[in-house]
Ligand binder design. Structure first.
Ligand code: TYM
Length: 340
């Protein structure tokens, strides 16, 4: 049976990239799949976090899911550290994955920077925990932005190696020829990689020091308008064909954002705005972004302060997630030969 899993880090500044690259898809997939959406606090502490800010970010991401249309009753919304099976399976995967595999992870290299000796071991082992998140539910589909592609490939490699290494036990215990499915990344559409508003060569990110580089889900209409107006562009008018966006990363990014927000193709957008200058297009983009994001931001702020409700959602989600995770982890322990 098909099952969707995805996660978002509670590290502040949820932005348009997180929304269009991931959360919008979470909402769509609810129509066709059983979905599990996780606030990944164990991932967040791979770099230093202030405890009070972490707590508030966990609630904020939960509020963002719900405000965007994720349904915590029909599906499962929870916080990673409340289901200890994630960390347990991650340890087992630390022993399945190879150092050489992790050495190739580009995100570790970027995040660790020059002072790699001083990065946490958790930051290095991060992809094994991510594989555990997905596979502890034996999830088959994972909606993410383009930047998570390499981590998803690693999760598939881990699943495959586990299935091969323990193939005989897996078959003998009645699980057929594979215990873990190879999870499929769902990375699609014009917003799989939303770029910074200040630099079309950098992705929009929570950690960019300039707040003008991103539109946050919590931004109000005035701030959204300012940020879009200040967004970097080039002096040419917009093209009428998608090919005309090549080598114009800022134009391509804004057109991509417009099309994703409006559920149109880039060509549809260019049919309307091609040949015109950026100022008319930007005004339309402000109106569209405010119309789509304004209500979500407002609902998010309201929900976030209702900590009783949010914490109840997370507790209920964790207890339902745990039922699935516990059963799968027990099977893994039997496969490995642990005594239970
Ligand atoms: P995180 O918290 O950095 O981002 C959450 C989701 O947002 C997507 N995203 C983007 N999409 C398009 N354009 C952008 N500029 C952009 N920036 C972020 C991310 O791809 C992601 O889908 N490692 C993950 C969290 C994680 C996870 C998992 C995801 C932990 N375990 C298991 C899936 C399955 C992360 O750091 O995402």
């Amino acid at each position: 049976k098909e099952r969707v899993f995805s996660g978002v880090q509670p590290t502040g500044n949820l932005h348009l990239g997180n929304y269009l690259g991931a959360i919008v898809k979470f909402v769509e997939l609810q129509k066709t799949h059983d979905c599990i959406y996780c606030v990944v606090d164990l991932h967040a502490i791979t770099v230093p976090q202030k405890p009070e800010e972490l707590k508030s970010s966990i609630r904020e991401v939960t509020a963002a899911f719900i405000a965007s249309g994720v349904d915590p009753k029909q599906h499962i919304v929870f916080n990673q550290s409340q289901v200890c099976e994630h960390a347990e399976l991650a340890w087992i995967f630390n022993c399945v994955a190879r150092i050489g595999w992790l050495n190739r992870m580009t995100q570790f290299k970027e995040k660790a920077g020059k002072d790699r000796e001083n990065a946490s071991v958790g930051l290095y082992a991060y992809p094994c925990l991510m594989a555990a998140d997905i596979l502890v539910y034996r999830a088959t589909h994972v909606p993410v932005g383009e930047d998570q592609k390499q981590h998803l490939e690693l999760a598939r490699d881990i699943a495959q190696k586990f299935n091969l290494d323990f193939g005989e036990r897996i078959a003998a215990l009645g699980h057929g020829d594979a215990f873990f499915p190879l999870p499929e990344p769902l990375i699609q559409g014009p917003a799989a990689r939303v770029m910074s508003l200040r630099d079309g060569a950098k992705k929009m990110s929570k950690s960019d020091p300039s707040d003008y580089s991103r539109i946050n889900l919590a931004d109000d209409a005035d701030i959204i308008a300012q940020k879009v107006r200040k967004a970097k562009t080039d002096p040419e008018p917009l093209p009428s064909e998608v090919e005309g966006l090549a080598k114009r990363p800022e134009a391509e990014n804004l057109v991509g954002i417009f099309s994703a927000l409006n559920g149109q193709t880039k060509l549809d957008v260019l049919r309307q705005f091609g040949g015109g200058n950026f100022s008319a297009f930007k005004s339309a983009l402000v109106d569209l972004a405010v119309a789509k994001l304004g209500p979500i931001g407002a609902e998010m702020k309201r929900l976030k302060d209702d900590t009783d409700y949010i914490d109840k959602v997370l507790l209920d989600g964790a207890s339902r997630a745990k039922v699935i995770a516990r059963e799968n982890l027990a099977a893994v322990k039997d496969i490995l030969g642990f005594v239970r």
